[in-house]
Design a protein around this ligand. Sequence first.
Ligand code: IPM
Ligand code: MG
Length: 355
Amino acid sequence: MKSYKIGVIKGDGIGPEIIDEAIKVLDAVSVTQGFNLKYEEMLLGGSAIDETGVPLPDETIQGVKKCDAVLFGAIGGPKWDNLERHLRPESGLLGLRKEMGTFANLRPAMVYDELVNASSLKPAVIQGVDIMVVRELTGGIYFGQPREYDANKSYNTMVYTREEVVRIAVVAFDIAMQRDKRICSVDKANVLEVSQFWREIVEEVAKDYPEVELTHMYVDNAAMQLIRDPKQFDVILTGNIFGDILSDAASMLSGSIGLLPSASTGKGVGLFEPIHGSAPDIAGQGIANPLATISSASMLLRYALGEATAADKIDNAIKKALSEGYRTGDLGDYDTKEIMTCSEMGDIVADYASR
Ligand code: IPM
Ligand code: MG
C-alpha cells in the first residue's frame, strides 16, 4: 500500500480544532482509496514559543524537509502580541515559508452555489465566481532589506529580483493554461519602481504563453473590481502584500473566510493551510468552521501526493454537506438546517467523503 508522511502543524487558537477535523477526513478517504497516511506533529508559532522559546524551532525546519507535504492550521494570538518582532508567532510562519522555499501561494476563491446567499454581495454578482489568486510568498516587502524599527523613523523595503518575478509568473501562466487562460497581474506600477519592474517581467514571461490573455491592473482598482464584478477575473497574479490583502477581500465573495484553502508550493515540500488566521476570540469553543482546512487537505492530496480521486471525494463531500444545509456558525444566518460544531461538521464531511 502506498504510504505518505504528512507533517502536521496545529499551531494556535482554533488551529488544533480545525486540523483535527481535516485529519478525520483524510483518514476517512485514505481508507477507502487505499493509501496510508502517517502524521508527524511539529511546533510553530505561539505554542512553539511556549514550549521552546522560539516561534520556529530547528526540529520543525528539519522535520518538514522529511515529509511528503505539510498541513498547517493557524498561528498567533494576543498572548504573544507584545514580543519582539523576530520572536512573534508570525515570524515563525514567515521563516518556515522561506526555509521551505514555498514561493507560490495559490488561493482559490470560489463561490459554492449552495452558499450564494451567504455572501454580503448580491447573488447575481457572485454566482459562478471562480478565481485563483497566485500570490508571491517569499519576497517583496515582507522580506525586503533593509528594514528598521526606530522611535523616530521606521521603514520596510519592497524588493523583487528578476528571478523571483519570473518564477511566480511562470506558475501563474501554467495555472492559467489549465483554466480559462486569462491572467490579471496586479501591481502599483503608476507609483512604485518595483511594480514597473514586475510588470515588464510579467510581459516577458507572457511571450512564452501566446494563448494566455494578460492584462494589468493597479491594486487599488483591483480591490474595487473584486467587489464590483468579481467574475471578470480568472487568475490574479500579484506580489506578497497585495496578494495578502486581495485574498482576504476575495474570500468574502464566498461568504466566509472560513471556507477557503491555500497551497504554498515551490522548491520542494508544499505547505497547505487555510487562508484564515487563528481566531483567538472563538478558540476552544468548538465552533470554528473546519471547511477551509479540510479543503486545504484536499489540495494537499491533489497537488502534493497526486491523489486526485481522494481530493475529488473531499471536494464533493464539502459540497454535499453544504447542499444538505449543514452550517457552522459563521454561515449560520442563511438557509440553515442546524448550526453545527466544528467536530460535527468534520464528522459529516468524513462520512460523505468515505462513500
Ligand atoms: C496569511 C497571513 C499571514 C501573512 C500572517 C499571519 C503572517 O495573513 O497567510 O495571509 O500575512 O502572510
Ligand atoms: Mg493574510
